[in-house]
Design a protein around this ligand. Structure first.
Ligand SMILES: [Fe+2]
Ligand SMILES: [Fe+2]
Length: 195
C-alpha cells in the first residue's frame, strides 16, 4: 500500500499549487461565513491562516515555479508570467499590511476583502490560462519541480513558525500539526498560541 507521504512526494508542481489554491478558497468561504455571523475571533483565525498560506505559496511560485517556467516559455507565456509578477506584488503588500493592522481597526476587514478579490482573480488566470500552457511545455519536468517545491514548502513553513515564535525544538511537531490541521481555526490557533 502506498503511503501518504509517498504520493505527496510525487505530486507534480501544478497539482501542488492547485491544492494550495483550493485550500485558500476554502478559507475565503470560512471568512465569509464568519463575517455573516459577525464572529470576530473566527475572522481573525481565518485571516491568520490564509495569510500564512498565501505567504508560503507566493514565495514558492516566485522562487521556483515561475523561474522554471520562464526558462521554457514562449512570448505569450512570458507575458502571463510578467502579469503574475505584478499581481503578486499587490497580494504580497496586502498580506504584509494585514500583519500590521489590528483586529479592531476597520481597515482590517477591508484589507482582507480586497485581498480575497485579488487572489481569486489571480488564481483564475493561473488555472485557466497559465497552467494549461505550462502543461504543454515538453522540456519541463513537472514531477521533479514538484518535489523541489514540496521540500521548499516545508522549509518555508518552518521559517514561518520560527517567526511566529516557536522554539527550535518545537518546529517539527508544529509543522506536522499545521499540515495535519484541516480546519482553519485549529491551524490558526497553532500559529497564534506561540506568538
Ligand atoms: Fe501566483
Ligand atoms: Fe498560485
Amino acid at each position: 500500500m502506498a503511503s501518504t507521504s509517498k504520493s505527496a512526494a510525487t505530486m507534480d508542481a501544478i497539482t501542488l499549487l492547485t491544492d494550495d489554491h483550493a485550500r485558500v478558497n476554502k478559507l475565503f468561504k470560512a471568512f465569509q461565513k464568519a463575517e455573516k455571523e459577525d464572529d470576530l475571533e473566527a475572522m481573525e483565525d481565518v485571516i491568520t491562516t490564509a495569510c500564512a498560506e498565501l505567504d508560503v505559496h507566493s514565495k514558492l511560485e516566485k522562487e521556483l515555479f515561475y523561474p522554471a517556467v520562464r526558462e521554457q516559455a514562449d512570448e505569450e507565456l512570458r507575458d502571463l508570467l510578467a502579469e503574475a509578477d505584478v499581481e503578486h506584488e499587490s497580494v504580497d503588500a496586502l498580506v504584509h499590511k494585514l500583519s500590521e493592522v489590528k483586529l479592531d481597526d476597520e481597515m482590517y476587514k477591508a484589507n482582507f476583502t480586497v485581498l480575497m478579490e485579488y487572489v481569486k482573480h489571480h488564481v483564475k488566470e493561473e488555472e485557466k490560462e497559465m497552467f494549461p500552457k505550462v502543461r504543454k511545455l515538453k522540456r519541463l519536468d513537472l514531477d521533479a519541480l514538484g518535489e523541489r517545491m514540496r521540500a521548499r514548502q516545508e522549509e518555508l513553513m518552518g521559517d514561518y513558525l520560527r517567526e511566529a515564535g516557536y522554539a527550535a525544538e518545537d518546529i517539527e511537531a508544529a509543522k506536522a500539526a499545521m499540515v495535519a490541521a484541516n480546519k482553519p481555526r485549529a491551524k490558526a490557533r497553532t500559529i497564534r498560541a506561540h506568538r
